[in-house]
Design a protein around this ligand. Structure first.
Ligand SMILES: [Zn+2]
Length: 363
């Protein structure tokens, strides 16, 4: 398929959105009997996260919680008094460890003294060292300097992740979710479907009877979930895990109503999975075309993501670019060399070894 064909296909909107508008920020909508959609505001360009409340006997189960901000606390206070009307939150489920999903887990769990359900990979990830500390660790500096950034630019990135909004707190205990687990909540049974790549062990909730999939950030209708390398594991290959997960999710029927953590609920799961795969294949092709001559990570970033509005955008774009480079490195398509403390990536030609030997002999 040519690039033009692919772009046209990616632009084509084959998804169906049963609700054209979301609930007002901070408010709820009933999607089905015993299933509420709470639109929680976020203070970013992406200005919301969708949270879901599932009716259980004499209370509610909450899926994802919002960022740890005064704004989120105000929304939850109002929801508790006006919507729950004295009924408790019985359990909190976090699809994955990112701040907008787990920021209020401890607040809710403490308020209702209720259990928190997560996968082991996501719970462990909350416990990882945070970059939100006063001094950037040497590993942080080295990672971004090797990506091709100046000292000032690295300082800018560190300031961007130093906000208190990005501090996560783990509950003192949790209940472990595993792929294939069945949760009975109210009249519905939800099967845990684990994906990876956006985060280590992301839990989706699938209800077969009513064809519902609470997809977290594993499947979003228009924006693509970040697949990011971070300082924590610079040599990881999350893009391979992500592409594997897209294939696994095809086992869920295309008829399902997808309830994502951002944007609007939609139908057209399989088409969206195909779009997401093509999106990353396009990025991989772009990199392969550009790497005849050696390039730094940030030079590759400028090719894939030419418009970054601020340091946080740049940090995410560098992480995503590095994920694509690591994928190509692992499949053996690229090589890299450390020149003046900056990685330079280039195509790995299969005859590179033979040329080197020939030159040796000639000399
Ligand atoms: Zn996420």
């Amino acid at each position: 398929m040519s690039d033009l064909d692919l772009q046209a296909k990616l632009r084509h909107n084959a998804l169906e959105f049963p609700w054209s508008e979301p609930p007002e920020q901070g408010h709820l909508r009933e999607l089905a009997d015993g299933l509420l959609w709470l639109r929680m505001p976020l203070p970013f360009g992406l200005d919301h996260i969708n949270l879901y409340l599932l009716r259980h006997e004499h209370g509610w189960v909450v899926v994802d919680t919002g960022l740890n901000t005064d704004q989120s606390i105000a929304v939850w206070e109002r929801v508790c008094s006006e919507v729950l009307q004295g009924e408790p939150v019985l359990a909190v489920i976090a699809t994955h460890c990112h701040y907008d999903h787990t920021g209020m887990v401890v607040w809710l769990s403490d308020r209702f003294q209720c259990p928190v359900y997560m996968t082991f990979g996501e719970y462990s990830s909350i416990l990882l060292p945070s970059a939100a500390v006063d001094e950037a660790p040497w590993q942080f500096r080295q990672f971004y300097q090797r990506a091709g950034l100046s000292t000032d630019e690295v300082d800018g990135l560190h300031a961007a992740v130093g906000s208190s909004m990005f501090k996560n707190e783990a509950p003192h205990s949790y209940r472990r979710l595993r792929d294939g687990d069945l949760l009975s909540i109210g009249k519905r049974r939800w099967r845990i479907v684990v994906g990876a790549g956006h985060s280590p062990e992301h839990a989706c909730l699938y209800n077969e009877e009513d064809q519902l999939l609470i997809s977290g950030d594993q499947v979003l209708p228009r924006i693509t979930s970040s697949i990011c390398i971070t300082v924590t594991e610079p040599e990881a290959n999350p893009l391979q895990e992500w592409l594997n997960s897209l294939k696994r999710l095809r086992s869920i029927p295309d008829t399902v109503l997808v309830l994502p953590a951002h944007e609007l609920p939609f139908r057209g799961l399989h088409f969206r999975l195909q779009q997401l795969q093509q999106h990353h294949e396009l990025h991989l092709d772009q990199l392969m075309s550009a790497l005849e001559s050696p390039q730094s990570v940030d030079q590759c970033r400028a090719l894939l993501f030419p418009r970054v509005r601020n340091s946080f955008d740049r940090l995410m774009a560098i992480g995503e670019t590095q994920a694509h480079l690591n994928f190509l490195m692992e499949e053996g398509s690229l090589q890299r060399e450390l020149c003046d403390e900056v990685w330079r990536y280039s195509l790995k030609h299969s005859d590179a070894q033979a040329v080197t030997l020939a030159e040796d002999i000639h000399v």
